[in-house]
Ligand binder design. Structure first.
Ligand code: HPA
Length: 271
């Protein structure tokens, strides 16, 4: 089993229908079993992973991020395109808009955050100045612009622990801190991908104005409905990105922890 590119589908993006020759597989590693779908887009082999599992059964704080990212690494994936539903803190980023996020603020509390917990796995400090692959971001941006989509080049994603939505005061705080968007999943997904030396970029779909900005109380139903109304844009974008993205590419992300000996899979063993 091998794949060059991966899509991590967030809320509302559960369907790998843009791929052909679909095959369901389960990749096992020391963190868990990861069900995903392999398929083709032209001559590229693409893995599709539903972040919240089939039927959105796994809440953001319990997603097995390490198992997911390691599974993609085991498949040989070198570039990951993620999708995320987000609330907006920024009047310019309205529901229905896409944002190719470029920074995050981490307000998570209880998640395993690294592959490197000391001991045998070592102590590794990864550079995250630019947490989303600047090169792959440009591919997403170029594709969205070419398609005439309402897209923003960059945005600061505030990652909360969830699963609850934010309080109005938290939203005001995040605005003061320079946040543009709020969601519950980009951390630790982005930083684990960097540790595993894979390119990772994320397209956020604004589904609502955040708590206290929105004139109404928030509901998950509203997020799903907004996502459904706009998911066609994400699908079109992903198709175009899969066409534009080189299957085989060299990037500094692939040497992210070279100083520490690189991210090594264990050949022939359980990873
Ligand atoms: N907050 C957190 N996560 C979200 C939101 C929100 O307002 N909308 C979609 N995902």
């Amino acid at each position: 089993m091998q794949a060059q590119l991966a899509i991590i589908g967030g809320t509302g993006v559960y369907d790998p229908a843009m791929l052909t020759g679909l095959r369901e597989v389960v990749v096992k590693n020391r963190f868990g079993d990861v069900p995903l779908t392999l398929g083709c887009y032209g001559d590229k082999i693409v893995a599709f992973l539903a972040r919240h599992g089939a039927g959105h059964a796994v809440p953001p704080h319990l997603v097995n991020y390490r198992a997911n990212i390691l599974a993609l690494k085991q498949l040989g994936v070198r570039q990951i395109i993620a999708t995320a539903a987000v609330g907006s803190l920024n009047q310019q980023m309205a529901p229905g808009n896409l944002v190719i996020i470029d920074q995050f603020l981490d307000f998570t509390k209880s998640r395993p955050v690294t592959f490197f917990d000391g001991g045998e796995s070592g102590v590794i400090h990864t550079d995250l100045t630019f947490p989303y692959c600047p090169r792959l971001r440009q591919v997403l941006l170029a594709a969205a612009r070419e398609l005439g989509q309402q897209v923003h080049d960059g945005g600061v994603y505030v990652c909360t622990e969830g699963p609850r939505f934010e309080t109005a005061a938290e939203v005001r705080l995040f605005q003061h801190l320079g946040g543009d968007l709020v969601g519950m999943t980009s951390v630790p997904e982005a930083n684990l991908a960097r540790e595993a030396e894979m390119c990772y970029a994320s397209v956020a779909m604004v589904t609502n104005f955040a708590a206290g900005i929105s004139p109404t109380l928030l509901t998950h139903k509203e997020v799903l409905a907004a996502m459904q109304a706009n998911v066609a844009n994400i699908r079109t974008l992903i198709r175009r990105v899969l066409e534009l993205a080189a299957g085989d590419v060299e990037c500094t992300c692939h040497q992210a922890i070279a100083d520490f000996g690189g991210f090594n899979l264990l050949p022939g063993k359980e990873n």
